[in-house]
Design a protein around this ligand. Structure first.
Ligand code: SF4
Length: 227
């Protein structure tokens, strides 16, 4: 059976790809490397959901937290923040996202090389919210950085019915479905989009939008509609 290192951003985006791989002669080794996710509680929830799904399928997961270099989530996220400094106000699909993909896929390329796995790919390519062109650019760049020996599979994981299957598996497994892409800037932009959307609707007396929690819930719907 062919082995692939699958960089995983979350359980919902990973599920249909994993299912497809296992049905098509490929055994994925999952790699959770997402220093972009903020805050820590969100990071832990997304990871736990992936671990739960992997456990059901007896799949191996490599977690950045198990690496000797790991000290804390704060330090992990701080190094990501430092890398994207100056890009805080960029919109999604802009240069901050390209750099974010490069950082994560460079780690994935290094991990594939370390593990002797010749091909790596990413579940980031399953979301319509992200630029497939940026993901391919980042993955191919990452493979070059490690000096050959590993290849990035730039497949569009939204095709072949996988988008629909993702949504089915999300419901079947009761996965936690994230509210926003991952970083604090995407959370803020999602909330702003929702605020703008609300401004065009007659919801002036709708008090559920007046609390922080209400805004987050509404922002969730806004993001999910876009996915
Ligand atoms: S919006 Fe998403 S892809 Fe872009 S920088 Fe933030 S976490 Fe990374």
């Amino acid at each position: 059976m062919k082995e692939v290192l699958l960089h995983c951003c979350c359980a919902p985006c990973s599920s249909a790809i994993i299912e497809w791989m296992m049905a098509n002669g490929t055994r994925p080794t999952l790699y959770f490397c997402n220093p972009n996710i903020y805050p820590e509680q969100e990071y832990l929830i997304r990871k736990q959901e992936l671990l739960r799904y992997a456990s059901q399928l007896s799949l191996r997961v490599i977690d950045d937290e198990s690496m000797p270099s790991w000290t804390s989530w704060s330090a992990y996220h701080a190094s990501w923040l430092s890398a994207v400094r100056g890009m805080e106000d960029e919109s999604e699909r802009g240069p901050r996202c390209l750099l974010c993909f490069k950082l994560r896929l460079l780690s994935a390329a290094r991990m594939a090389q370390r593990e002797g796995i010749k091909v790596f790919t990413t579940t980031l390519a399953s979301s319509r919210w992200k630029s497939i062109v940026q993901i391919a650019e980042a993955g191919e760049w990452a493979a070059q950085q490690v000096g050959g020996g590993v290849m990035f599979d730039a497949r569009n994981w939204r095709k072949g019915g996988l988008q629909q299957r993702r949504n089915e598996l999300l419901k079947e497994n009761g996965f936690y479905n994230q509210l926003y892409c991952g970083c604090e800037f995407s959370l803020r932009q999602t909330e702003q989009r929702m605020t703008q959307r609300d401004a065009t609707q007659v919801v002036a007396t709708d008090t559920e939008h007046t609390t922080t929690e209400g805004t987050k819930l509404a922002a969730t719907e806004c993001y999910r509609e876009s996915k």
